[in-house]
Design a protein around this ligand. Structure first.
Ligand SMILES: [Zn+2]
Length: 458
């Protein structure tokens, strides 16, 4: 009896060894070749988007199959036998990949020994996600990739994460500065366009408050609480009563919530999303209200990251990555507002170079959020502004000029991406409808100005 038991034990051990071995040896193939024989090569340009895409592919393959592929920088190593090439590299195959892509599309070229993925900037993330989702969905999977070039759209899933990106003072012409400034100022790090213009769905928003031309407090409150109010009021209606913000709504729904800004947390925009106060200048009131939000709802408030330090962008990117990492621990999803505050300030000063610098920084932050959305396709992103500042436009000679040092009543752009984003295409909405639509997406139609409640929806 003991001997039989012992034999059974040995047998079950062997069986587990064999099944384990099958997993470890990696029966994954691509067009009949063993996945384990490939290495992953990444372009050393593209603001590290390609590098992170290659790392994503490597880690996802390992997670699914336990196959640990080599990661190689393009300039580091000559072409090896079998390669997955990520981004626009110096390798021959990158030259051969000549595809017609539009907007957020990316391209894949599959040849006998190499597979190349290409997408501009953050779009390479969509290619990496698609590659894993489609060709390495699980262990022991035999993938067939059609030979030649194929063009794809990013994968979009039902949204549970909602991100609102606000450029304070950013009108249409502020987003078009790349066209006018690129020859003059060299801090755009190779970017040639405001990333919003890659997004397929674009509309515009009216910004006036109950006081006429809005300030950032009433503008922020409209976007946050879905109700027009009087200038200066933060998260309060015209009767000086607290109104629920999207941040609070998210917390009530069991989601995580966060507020980020490149200015101090008492700034009018971050305050509108995290506090209630009778005046944007009531710093003590705003701070105590924010402390309640943090204690009661667990709202993350992450603002003013040493804006004037020289090496500013990596600091911002680190904050963005860390905040998203924390927020997405919640399986119910999250709401996040991120503001670039300095476009407004430099437009007040009619300083073109510094305005452009702030737009470029906002652009780079947008790139990181879009990258996140591609790796987490259940994410909805909307980019807009609270108002325009400086009445900026190009004169007959094509030179940008300010015609004011104040806020204006000009409409501001909306760029949207993700599940439901098409609703914002080609529309002209009131700013409060943006908040109503976010609330609707988050499952609440009893939000904001109920006498004027109008979300975009099917
Ligand atoms: Zn302003």
């Amino acid at each position: 009896m003991k001997r039989i038991l012992c034999l059974l034990l040995i047998m079950s051990f062997l069986v587990s060894l064999i099944s384990c071995n099958a997993l470890l040896s990696g029966d994954n193939t691509i067009n009949g070749k063993a996945l384990s024989d490939y290495s992953i090569v990444y372009s050393d340009e593209d603001l590290d988007y390609s590098k992170r895409a290659a790392e994503y592919i490597q880690s996802q393959i390992f997670e699914r199959t336990r196959i640990d592929l080599d990661l190689v920088e393009d300039s580091e190593k000559p072409v090896t036998e079998l390669e997955i090439v990520v981004g626009n590299t110096e390798r021959e195959i990158s030259n051969r990949l000549d595809a017609d892509t539009n907007g957020l599309q990316f391209a894949i070229l599959c040849e006998e020994k190499q597979i190349a993925l290409e997408g501009d900037y953050f779009i390479i993330a969509a290619a990496a996600y698609f590659f894993i989702d489609t060709y390495v969905p699980a262990a022991d999977y035999a993938a067939t990739i059609p030979e030649g070039v194929s063009v794809h759209d990013p994968i979009v899933k039902e949204a549970k994460n909602f991100i609102m990106l606000i450029g304070d003072g950013m009108g249409f012409n502020q987003t078009k500065m790349f066209e006018y400034m690129e020859n003059n100022v060299d801090f755009s790090d190779g970017e040639d366009m405001f990333y919003g213009y890659y997004l397929p769905y674009q509309g515009q928003s009216r910004t006036n408050s109950l006081s006429g031309v809005t300030d950032s407090a009433a503008g922020g409150t409209a976007l946050s609480c879905g109700k027009k109010t009087i200038n200066g009021f933060v998260g309060r209606d015209k009767d000086n009563k607290d109104i629920k913000s999207l941040t609070e709504l998210a917390s009530e729904k069991g989601m995580s919530a966060g507020v980020m800004s490149t200015e101090s947390k008492t700034g009018a925009t971050p305050a509108s999303f995290s506090a209630h106060a009778d005046s944007r200048n009531n710093n003590a009131g705003i701070i105590s209200s924010q402390a309640e939000a943090r204690d009661y709802y667990g709202t993350i408030i992450d603002c003013s990251f040493d804006y004037y330090t020289a090496n500013y962008m990596p600091v911002i990117e680190k904050h963005i990555t860390e905040t998203l990492d924390t927020l997405d621990d919640n399986e119910n999803g999250f709401f996040l507002m991120y503001e670039e505050a300095h476009i407004d300030k430099h437009c007040h000063n009619n300083d073109l170079n510094k305005t452009f610098q702030a737009v470029v920084r906002f652009n780079q932050a947008i790139g990181r959020f879009m990258e996140y959305a591609f790796y987490n396709p259940d994410t909805f992103i909307l980019i807009t502004a609270d108002h325009e500042t400086g009445d900026l436009y190009a004169n007959a000679q094509g030179v940008l000029e300010y015609h004011s040092d104040q806020h204006t009543g000009k409409n501001v752009p909306i760029f949207a991406y993700g599940d439901g984003a098409e609703l914002f295409n080609d529309v002209k909405v009131e700013n409060i409808q943006i908040a109503h639509t976010f609330a609707h997406f988050m499952g609440d139609d009893n939000f904001g100005d109920q006498s004027n409640f109008s979300y975009l929806g099917k």
